[in-house]
Design a protein around this ligand. Structure first.
Ligand code: PMP
Length: 405
């Protein structure tokens, strides 16, 4: 049973006023709020378990190490990875993608090689690959999209024929909400022996991920967009790739033996986890993933679809509104503009009415260039949002648009 009130009760940050107005938080694609269980998990770690992991003989260190490794096992089970050591903890999706680009990318790139991305990538899944291409005098190939924000699969097929060393695609676009047909795209790439990295930053809070079913080679996400803390995320990689890849960063923990002449490296996953990790955030991430599992992806998706449909229908009635991202397969993200009103001005007025939205290019400048706009106003919904909040939001948008036009 999906009990919205009970869910909202778990999120203390939702129950506050800003500028003396009840907060309406629609900036969930940037980061979600955190349930009490996560806040308490982190607090418990510092009150009772705080200790450096993996290198202590003492009780607390062993407890913390066990909790950290349990978090890895749980993350693996959450996305159905075959082995726990296929999970590399990072500080977020950005670091996970950089790890793959630096390590796997450098292992595969040769002068003139190419890498294939899509036209709707977040800068985090674009710039690392672009820079790698620059380093190797290679070519960044870009799968185009149409006006609705859908990938052009025919163009994708042709670009695959250029044999890029890797395909890097977003599962769900943060700027447009498009949910890409990643399983099909992975199969098409694999038919040509091309590995695929999926940027799952906008997926993990909304839809069940099964890396074996997708058959992706890499999958990246951050905890903080999925009710977890900032400073934790992960890179899933198939064992065969992670085994073959060179370390990404060097230092403590990732080594086996060190002399002045030579260093040998630790086994997976530690080979890729140099230095002291963000232990409390990883433990918080585990609690967040458990929150999602307990709530249930089906219930989350049903509720968020209802919010998306309701908000889209309400906003559609506003004269001069333009939506960016109208793919049939769409997450609970609405990017829009009204007439000539600048998104920043609209966002600022909404803020004064207690409504948190994001304005600007959403770290996807190439998407904004495609539509020839400076940015959009983006409202993104999470499991705890309500249709009542949407009513407040739509009324506020109407009022602000009148004031600004
Ligand atoms: N990819 C996508 C699609 C995103 O939306 C984001 C965050 N906006 C990222 C990657 C990067 O995530 P982080 O900043 O948490 O590393």
């Amino acid at each position: 049973m999906f009990d919205l009130e009970a869910i909202r009760e778990q999120f203390p940050a939702l129950h506050q006023k800003v500028y003396n107005k009840p907060l309406v938080y629609f900036d969930n694609a940037a980061t979600t709020h955190k349930p009490l269980a996560i806040i308490e998990r982190i607090s418990h770690y510092y009150r009772c378990e705080n200790s450096n992991i993996h290198r202590g003989v003492h009780y607390l260190s062993q407890q913390a190490t066990e909790a950290f490794e349990e978090a890895r096992r749980f993350a693996a089970s959450m996305i159905n990875a075959v082995k726990a050591h296929e999970i590399i903890f990072t500080k977020g999706a950005t670091e996970a993608i950089n790890l793959a680009a630096h390590s796997f990318g450098r292992m595969r790139m040769k002068p003139g090689s190419s890498i294939l991305v899509t036209a709707m990538e977040h800068h985090s899944n674009l710039v690392p690959w672009q820079q790698l291409c620059l380093e190797y005098n290679g070519k960044l190939l870009v799968t185009p999209m149409d006006e609705l924000g859908q990938i052009d699969l025919q163009a994708y097929t042709q670009l695959l024929d250029q044999q890029p060393v890797i395909v890097a695609i977003t599962h769900t676009s943060n700027a447009l909400g498009t949910i890409n047909p990643v399983k099909t795209m992975i199969r098409m790439a694999h038919d040509r022996n091309i590995p695929v990295l999926v940027d799952g930053a906008q997926a993990i809070a909304h839809t069940e991920i099964d890396v074996q079913d997708l058959d992706c080679d890499f999958f990246a996400f951050s905890a903080h967009k999925a009710y977890g803390p900032m400073g934790a995320g992960l890179l899933y990689g198939k064992e065969k790739w992670l085994e073959a890849m060179p370390p990404y960063q060097f230092g403590g923990e990732m080594v086996d033996s060190v002399s002045f002449d030579k260093t040998t490296f630790n086994v997976l996953p530690f080979k890729f986890e140099a230095g002291t990790p963000n232990v409390e955030a990883v433990l918080g991430m585990e609690t967040a993933l458990r929150f999602i599992r307990n709530t249930g992806y089906e219930a989350i998706a049903t509720h968020e679809k209802e919010l998306l449909d309701y908000a889209t229908a309400q906003l559609s009635q506003i004269p001069g509104i333009r939506f960016f991202g109208q793919a049939p397969e769409k997450a609970s993200v609405i990017s829009f503009l009204i007439g000539d009103v600048h998104p920043f001005d609209l966002g600022t007025l909404l803020d004064k009415m207690g409504i948190a939205v994001r304005t600007g290019h959403h770290c996807a400048q190439t998407v904004m260039d495609f539509f020839n706009i400076p940015g959009t106003v983006r409202a993104s919904f999470a499991v705890y949002n309500t249709t009542h909040e949407i009513d407040t939001f739509v009324a506020a948008v109407k009022k602000a648009a009148l004031m600004l036009s």
